[in-house]
Ligand binder design. Structure first.
Ligand code: UFG
Length: 337
């Protein structure tokens, strides 16, 4: 059985679906502070008829709750953990650093210690491109210096910097996955991105197109980029999920003990290109405002994912921005929870 923390969240729910569909039993541990019980119910229903799928269970609680972890590990044969539970709002992390250091860093240390106590020695860790900060060059390779410019990135970098010691001292085998801009939704249209407070580009533009928001503002059009807006590397959430499966399998097979991978498509897309892609979905021109730059936004963030492609044999299935946006559009327009 695989323990997946944060499995009721946006990325987590797609990871759970991928792992369980591949035949692994999954124990989700999620405190539902940002995750959604309904996402788990949908996955369980979706996989009920899929032959060979593993079983999915949900435990509600904190990943740093050591007594709860003791119970889970005593009652279930946990082979490996995928740790996604975290807060991930860059802006919020700059206003409330303690929230991020406590949840993302301190709780993770407690989780690592629980895993160690129960001899769970395989971990896939959810990290972020935010660990790099302002890139010195693009595309970014994994050995680029880590100089996060926000507390969210720092809270993840601190864990990344501890993992090698857990390997040396306690034999923890781990793979850290640094996501670039996760977007899109599962092909079923039944799970997708839903945040209580939305701050991400693609859902915001879609909600504007659906008339659920009055305005949309581009944060700066005076960057040194072809159309003046920031360039990002959007990666379909189902492709991220596939990378988690491959990382897990590499750890379980013992072919990988300690590695970090970027996950992106290596294709730069501007904010204006994203708006155009949403316009294709809704068939109308979208009005928007131009506002000032958002503090801490690098002009370009682009991944080199060569390493994941070569070593994990990762092949993104939805590299085209329009396909990513189409899937998000379908999700937002479906009867969702
Ligand atoms: N943007 C706007 N207007 C908005 C919202 C966003 O113009 O209302 C722009 C941003 O300035 C940025 C781009 O759209 O240029 C993408 O912004 P997002 O907020 O969607 O994503 P970020 O690139 O800021 O951050 C994302 C994740 C982080 C992660 C980071 C790593 O949200 O968790 O990618 O690359 F750390």
């Amino acid at each position: 059985m695989i323990l997946i923390t944060g499995g009721a969240g946006y990325i987590g729910s797609h990871v759970v679906k991928e792992i369980a569909a591949s035949g692994y039993d999954v124990m989700i541990l999620d405190n539902l502070s940002t995750g959604n019980r309904k996402a788990v119910e949908v996955i369980i229903n979706l996989l009920a008829d899929l032959s060979g799928a593993g079983k999915t269970y949900l435990t509600v609680g904190d990943c740093g709750d050591q007594l709860l972890l003791d119970q889970i590990c005593q009652q279930h044969p946990i082979e490996a953990a995928i740790h996604l539970a975290a807060f991930s709002e860059v802006g919020e992390s700059m206003q409330d650093a303690a929230k991020y250091f406590t949840n993302n860093t301190a709780q993770t240390i407690l989780l690592l210690n629980s895993l160690r106590r129960h001899q769970v020695d395989k971990l896939v860790f959810s990290s972020t491109a935010a660990v790099y900060g302002q890139p010195l060059q693009n595309p970014i390779l994994e050995d680029h210096p880590l100089q996060p410019t926000n507390v969210y990135g720092l809270s993840k970098m601190m864990i990344e910097s501890m993992l090698p010691r857990y390997r040396v001292n306690y034999g923890l085998n781990y793979i850290s996955l640094r996501y670039f801009n996760a977007a899109g939704a599962d092909a079923s249209g039944l799970i997708g991105e839903k945040h209580r407070q939305e701050s991400h580009l693609i859902p915001l533009v879609i909600l504007r197109a659906m008339g659920k928001r009055d305005r949309f503002t581009i944060f700066g059009d005076d960057y040194d980029t072809p159309d003046g807006t920031c360039l990002r590397d959007y990666i379909h959430v189902s492709d991220l999920a596939q990378a988690h499966l491959l990382a897990l399998q590499a750890l379980l097979a013992g072919t990988m003990q300690e590695r970090v991978y970027n996950l992106g498509n290596g294709q730069p897309h501007s904010v204006r290109e994203v708006i155009t892609a949403v316009e294709h979905c809704c068939g109308q021109t979208l009005p928007y405002d131009i506002g000032p730059r958002r503090s801490g936004d690098p002009s370009i963030l682009l991944a080199s994912s060569q390493r994941a492609r070569e070593e994990l044999n990762w092949k993104p299935r939805y590299p085209c921005l329009q396909d990513i946006v189409d899937s998000a559009w379908r999700w937002h327009n479906s009867e969702n929870w």
